[in-house]
Design a protein around this ligand. Structure first.
Ligand code: C2E
Ligand code: SIN
Ligand code: SIN
Ligand code: FE
Ligand code: FE
Length: 381
């Protein structure tokens, strides 16, 4: 009864990118530690609700035996069952397409029966199907009543909930297998790296290439296959802190002023703070990379001016991988460099910007590195 949205309702705000990441990492860490399916589903619904600032969020699953859809979790609502294919959720699941509704009472697909019983006023709805590892639709997320002033869900909400949904679909299938959850976390990391990257208009395959270069360099530095693989998964997060940098700075078409560059430099600290609270090894590695990828061997880097081996080897490796790739890519503020010029700079910076040993590994592994570069080239360039 108190659930009704009335005129005196105080609106909420969409999450900032920092808060969004915080929500994702808090929940994925919790979900990874949960052994029970119903608890996982509760966490998923809560994560979805927070991510898109909805009043309620429901996770619907298909009960194939009874040919029904049922909600396992519904905020303030008991379990509901509907025939397969019926209603909005049924439509989203059978077509595999998301559905947005701004006002449910003006849409014939919405069934007002349950509102009539409960007195709840359903207004905006966003329904997003999710899939298992084989790509089959196994359920849907449904968010109800956007709590911001606009009161309707946006395509950004869809992106966010899709991210939660893709995680749900996969975790649901394999919730007991910790290994799978680690795999899924890797995908989330890549997806979040891309959202940050998309905002900064950086080239599409940058994070993938940095990941592969880091892997090659890590093996060359004598790391085990397992650890090198972990660094490969963590390195796409190096610039995640850029999500908190204002667009005017991030996408400035020209050279940054001193002030702007000072702002930009915060991306390293911000990334670290976003990631450091997770106990998962993978995210801890990502936190180190985010924090230290702009440190320089001679101590002239940022944010802390660490020197030599005081810089974690993950930071020393990703520093080279990132600069090698950034120089070869066009940015809003600069054109891509020729390969010879890039290699020249790396030689010159041996023992200054870069760890000499990492530079030596880089030149030893150059053929493999150039192969990745050719293979993951940006099509638009
Ligand atoms: P980014 O563009 O991905 O560059 C990553 C790193 O590659 C840079 O870290 C720098 O070490 C190296 N790098 C990239 N382009 C060049 C270049 O033309 N010359 C040289 N010598 N090195 C280059 P840095 O400098 O700490 O910058 C961090 C991030 O700050 C950059 O990431 C970019 O997003 C932003 N940024 C830096 N300078 C500018 C600028 O003049 N304008 C704009 N709009 N953004 C900038
Ligand atoms: C449906 O999606 O059709 C059932 C739930 C609802 O309408 O709120
Ligand atoms: C990037 O190319 O994504 C950013 C480079 C950096 O600042 O590390
Ligand atoms: Fe960076
Ligand atoms: Fe980068």
């Amino acid at each position: 009864m108190d659930d009704t949205i009335d005129e005196s309702y105080s609106y909420k705000f969409d999450l900032t990118p920092e808060l969004l990441l915080k929500v994702i990492f808090e929940y994925t860490a919790k979900i990874a530690n949960e052994k029970r399916l119903d608890s996982i589903l509760v966490l998923m619904a809560n994560m979805g609700r927070e991510m898109v600032v909805a009043d309620r969020c429901t996770v619907w699953l298909i009960d194939a035996l009874r040919n029904e859809l049922f909600t396992v979790v519904a905020h303030g609502v008991q379990e509901i069952r509907v025939p397969y294919g019926s209603g909005l959720v049924g439509t989203a699941i059978s077509t595999g397409q998301p559905i947005f509704i701004d006002d449910a009472y003006e849409d014939s697909r919405h069934n007002q029966e349950s509102d009539k019983k409960t007195g709840y006023r359903t207004k905006s709805i966003m329904t997003i199907p999710f899939r298992n590892n084989q790509g089959e639709v196994i359920g849907a997320y449904q968010a109800i009543n956007k709590l911001t002033e606009k009161q309707i869900f946006s395509t950004q909400d869809m992106e966010y909930l899709s991210l939660a949904a893709s995680y749900s679909g996969k975790s649901l299938e394999s919730f007991m297998l910790n290994e799978e959850i680690v795999e899924t976390q890797k995908e989330i990391i890549l997806a979040m790296g891309k959202i940050g990257e998309g905002r900064s208009k950086e080239t599409g395959n940058h994070v993938k290439r940095v990941a592969q270069y880091s892997y090659i360099l890590a093996l060359g530095m004598g790391m085990s296959e397992t650890e090198a693989d972990m660094l490969r998964s963590a390195s796409p997060m190096h610039d995640i802190g850029k999500v908190a940098i204002p667009d005017s700075v991030l996408n400035k078409p020209g050279k940054l002023t001193e002030d702007e560059f000072e702002q930009m430099k915060h991306h390293a600290d911000i990334g670290y703070h976003l990631l450091r609270n997770s106990k998962r090894q993978l995210l801890q590695a990502a936190a180190i990379v985010a924090w230290q990828h702009h440190e320089k061997w001679d101590g002239s880097g940022y944010p802390r001016g660490l020197k030599g081996e005081a810089i974690h080897v993950y930071g020393r490796i990703t520093a080279l991988a990132d600069v090698f790739d950034a120089l070869g890519s066009s940015r809003v503020y600069k054109a891509a460099w020729e390969l010879d010029r890039i290699l020249g700079l790396i030689k010159e910076e041996r023992g200054r910007h870069f760890d000499p040993q990492v530079v030596d590994v880089f030149f030893k592994e150059l053929p493999a590195i150039l192969e990745v570069r050719a293979h993951e080239a940006d099509i638009a360039e």
